[in-house]
Design a protein around this ligand. Structure first.
Ligand code: 13P
Length: 259
């Protein structure tokens, strides 16, 4: 059993409809029989229009639900955006920020930091994503990129922006080359990046770095989850494609519970 309680989050991305969501929610409702809540925290992040459906199906279960993004602004003229206060109104407890699919669409480190501050102001937990592209890895720039992305987040944490008890601030290492490609980072590669991130948080002065959960994301499947989660600094996973297949996702959650 690990010091940090593992967390597995499903990022559904822009997938789902009312009927297929219902099937997934039904399977998740049965999760306690397969995945002990005492040993793993489970979160699912459907698209915005289905958050109410998630609340209705999961509200009385141990499975939490969250959003895939949030506005960096508190309110105002930002057509199409959703604020942290709106998510809090809905009972949302988690938000993914800084996903590479948002960074590739132009999101900056500063915006990710602002999103963290918005979430903290409303006591919403964050899963903050960092990760290098293939070109950056091949150029030997992995640690430089991770440090830059993490430092923006750490500054907000240290500025008190995260009332974020360590349990409500989660990092996710998601190497871009592993997302949706079927090419998973090896457990050693993931461990090296996770250790680097944890040490960097400590060097930056974040005293609770030892309690922060760092998830691995990028082509995690039921058949590779256990080896990844066995690494000392891998505290669970952020799961894309496999989170849309109930059995696969629950097997991944179970692997985390047993790690
Ligand atoms: P895949 O698990 O589909 O590679 O996606 C990972 C991811 O981006 C989760 O946020």
């Amino acid at each position: 059993m690990k010091v940090r309680k593992p967390l597995v989050a499903g990022n559904w991305k822009m997938n789902g409809d009312i009927a297929s969501n219902e099937q997934l929610f039904t399977a998740l409702r049965a999760a306690p029989e397969r995945v002990p809540a005492a040993q793993v925290e489970v979160v699912v992040c459907p698209p915005y229009p289905y958050l109410g459906q998630a609340a209705a199906w999961l509200g009385d279960t141990g499975v939490a639900w969250g959003a895939q993004d949030v506005s960096a602004h508190p309110n105002g003229a930002h057509t199409g955006e959703v604020s942290a206060s709106m998510l809090a109104d809905l009972g949302c407890r988690w938000v993914v920020i800084g996903h590479s699919e948002r960074r590739q669409a132009g999101e900056t480190d500063e915006q990710v930091a602002a999103k963290l501050a918005r979430c903290a102001a409303h006591e919403i937990g964050v899963i903050a994503c960092v990760g290098e592209t293939l070109a950056e890895r091949e150029a030997g720039a992995t640690e430089t990129v991770l440090a830059r992305q993490l430092d923006a987040i750490a500054s907000t944490l240290l500025a008190g922006g995260a009332s974020a008890a360590p349990g409500r601030f989660v990092l996710a290492y998601e190497p871009v080359w592993a997302i949706g490609t079927g090419r998973t980072a090896s457990p050693d590669t993931a461990q090296a990046a996770h250790r680097f991130l944890r040490e960097r948080l400590a060097v930056r002065g974040y005293r609770e770095s030892g309690y922060v959960r760092i998830l691995y994301g990028g082509s995690v499947k039921a058949n590779n989850a256990a080896a990844l989660f066995a690494m000392p600094d891998v505290d669970g996973g952020l799961i894309g494609g496999a989170s849309l297949v109930a059995d696969e996702f629950l097997d991944i959650c179970r692997a985390a519970a047993l790690a």
